[in-house]
Design a protein around this ligand. Structure first.
Ligand SMILES: Nc1nc2c(ncn2[C@@H]2O[C@H](COP(=O)(O)OP(=O)(O)OP(=O)(O)O)[C@@H](O)[C@H]2O)c(=O)[nH]1
Ligand SMILES: [Zn+2]
Length: 195
């Protein structure tokens, strides 16, 4: 992160990264019994390598804020931000929605920042809990609001499609900072707006 609060890629392609990833996927598929010389799988290692590098390469997030000249002191809640990420245990997707609320201090933040910051931290091998905390801490550090609340509701496909096998089970995680960390009218408004 630079002095302007802009975030830069956490993943990314090294010069020979794509070729090495493609060879590694080819070896992996062979090891699990697939015939990668068959025409139908011939391009699959390249596609998988490109997909992974795409999913794991974060994009920069410009930080756009404006002076809070009107002294807005209520809750700003951006809800139902769709996202998907990859779990760090199985590299299977988890996906759902994020709700981000904040109470402005001296500055208000451009609303499109919220989906962008969720996407930024989603492009990594993640845990739902860490993703939630990453977003809350970034908002608190960069926007310096009076308070922040982040709730994420997601389905972990590693639980739905394999392992315990519970499709449609959703996990909710939350992180609260500043005035939203304590019980009170603003927190109650956040809870009402996200339920
Ligand atoms: N806390 C947390 N756990 C997660 C997340 N994503 C996946 N998990 C869990 O991580 C655990 C990994 O368990 P392990 O026993 O090491 O791996 P496993 O044998 O593949 O486990 P199962 O998924 O239960 O079959 C499982 O309980 C998953 O449900 C997440 O975002 N947060
Ligand atoms: Zn998993």
């Amino acid at each position: 992160m630079d002095a302007m609060g802009q975030l830069h890629a956490v993943g990314g392609v090294r010069p020979d990264g794509l070729d090495r990833a493609e060879r590694a996927v080819s070896a992996l598929l062979t090891a699990v019994g697939q015939d990668v010389t068959d025409e139908r799988l011939r391009d699959t290692p390249r596609r998988v390598a490109e997909s992974l590098l795409d999913l794991l390469t974060a994009r920069d997030v410009p930080l756009t804020t404006f002076p809070n000249d009107d002294e807005y002191s209520g809750l700003v809640l951006v809800r139902d931000i769709p996202f998907h990420s990859l779990c760090e245990h199985h590299m299977m997707p988890f996906r759902g929605v994020a709700h981000i609320g904040y109470v402005p201090g001296a500055r208000i933040v451009g609303l499109s920042t919220m989906p962008r910051i969720v996407e930024h931290f989603s492009r990594d091998l993640q845990l739902q809990e860490r993703l939630t905390v990453n977003v809350a801490d970034w908002m608190q550090a960069q926007v310096q609001p009076r308070g922040v609340g982040v709730v994420i509701e997601a389905e972990q496909l590693c639980m739905s499609l394999r392992g315990v096998g519970t499709p449609a089970t959703r996990t909710m995680t939350s992180a609260f900072r500043g005035v939203l960390a304590d019980a009170g009218p603003l927190r109650a408004q956040f809870e009402a707006g996200t339920s």
